[in-house]
Design a protein around this ligand. Structure first.
Ligand code: IPE
Ligand code: IPE
Ligand code: MG
Length: 252
C-alpha cells in the first residue's frame, strides 16, 4: 500500500495519547537505478543521489526520536551486478564513511555494520571497523548498515554457531530457544524492527531481516529512494501509528 502524507506520527500520538513512534525502522532503499534512468543519467548518478537521501533519513530518524535505524545498502545478491556498478557502490560507501564519520559521531550516532563484510577490500573493512569503534558509545541513534547482507546466509551462520556450541558441549539442544537463537544472529542485541519500509513501489523483502521481521509492519511507498525526504519518513511513521499490532493475540 502507498503511505499517506498528511498526518505525522507526532500528530497521531497527540490525538490518541499512545506512544506510537516505532523504536526501530528498517529501510530497503530501492529505486536508484530507475531514478537515474528517468533522467537519462548513468545508474551511478542514482546511487550518488541516494547517498543524499541517506543523510536526510538519518537526520529525520534523530529528529523523530527513532532509536534504531537499519539501512539495507548492499545485499549478498547485489554482488551479481556488473563489476563497475559494484565498484561504484563500494566507492560511495568508502567516501560516505570518510566524509560523514565525524558528523555522525558529533550527532551521537552509533554505527553498526551487519552482513558479510569479509567480502569487501581490506581497507574498507578497516574503515568500517574504525567507524564502529569511534562511535560505539553514542546513544542518540543506532544506525545499522546492512552490507553484503543476506538473511538466509545469516540464519545458516547462526545455525552453524549453535551446532558448534552443542558439539563442544557448551549448549544443550533443549535450551536453544527463539531468544537464544536470535542472539546468534548478526543483529544479536538489536531489537526487532517495528517497521520495514521499502521505496520504489516494489513489495518484497529481497532477503532482508527474514527472522527479525516476523511481526514488523510492512510499509511500501512508490517514491524512488533518491527522492526520499523527511516528509516521506514522517508519513511512514504516521502509517505505522495507524496500524494495530496484535502479535497473534485477539484484537483489543
Ligand atoms: C537500490 O537501487 C540500491 C541498491 C540495491 C544497491 P537499485 O540500484 O536497486 O535501483 P533500481 O531498483 O534498479 O531502480
Ligand atoms: C534490495 O534491492 C537490496 C537493497 C536495497 C540493498 P534490490 O534492487 O537488489 O532487490 P531486487 O533484486 O529488486 O529484489
Ligand atoms: Mg532495486
Amino acid at each position: 500500500m502507498v503511505i499517506a502524507q498528511t498526518q505525522t506520527a507526532a500528530d497521531l500520538a497527540q490525538t490518541d495519547g499512545s506512544a506510537s513512534v516505532p523504536s526501530h525502522v528498517a529501510i530497503i532503499m530501492d529505486g536508484n537505478g530507475r531514478w537515474a534512468k528517468a533522467r537519462g543519467l548513468p545508474r551511478v548518478a542514482g546511487h550518488r543521489a541516494g547517498v543524499q537521501a541517506v543523510r536526510r533519513t538519518i537526520e529525520a530518524a534523530i529528529k523523530h526520536h527513532v532509536g534504531w535505524l537499519t539501512l539495507y545498502a548492499f545485499s549478498s545478491e547485489n554482488w551479481r551486478r556488473p563489476a563497475a556498478e559494484v565498484s561504484d557502490l563500494t566507492g560511495l560507501l568508502r567516501r560516505f564513511i570518510k566524509s560523514e564519520l565525524a558528523e555522525l559521531d558529533a550527532n551521537g550516532v552509533r554505527l553498526m555494520v551487519i552482513g558479510d563484510r569479509g567480502r569487501f577490500d581490506a581497507d574498507l573493512q578497516a574503515e568500517l571497523a574504525r567507524a564502529e569503534a569511534t562511535t560505539r558509545n553514542n546513544t542518540n541513534l543506532t544506525l545499522i548498515v546492512a552490507l553484503s547482507y543476506g538473511a538466509r546466509a545469516e540464519i545458516v551462520t547462526a545455525v552453524q554457531a549453535a551446532l558448534a556450541e552443542i558439539t563442544a558441549g557448551r549448549l544443550d539442544i533443549a535450551s536453544l530457544d527463539e531468544a537464544s537463537f536470535g542472539r546468534l544472529l548478526s543483529t544479536g542485541d538489536i531489537p526487532d524492527p517495528d517497521v520495514i519500509l521499502r521505496t520504489s513501489g516494489e513489495q518484497r523483502l529481497s532477503n532482508f531481516l527474514l527472522w527479525q521481521s516476523a511481526y514488523a509492519e510492512l510499509v511500501f511507498t512508490d517514491v524512488l529512494w533518491p527522492d526520499f525526504t523527511e516528509e516521506h519518513f514522517a508519513a511512514a511513521l504516521a502509517e505505522y501509528a495507524r496500524r494495530e499490532r496484535r502479535f497473534g493475540a485477539r484484537p483489543g
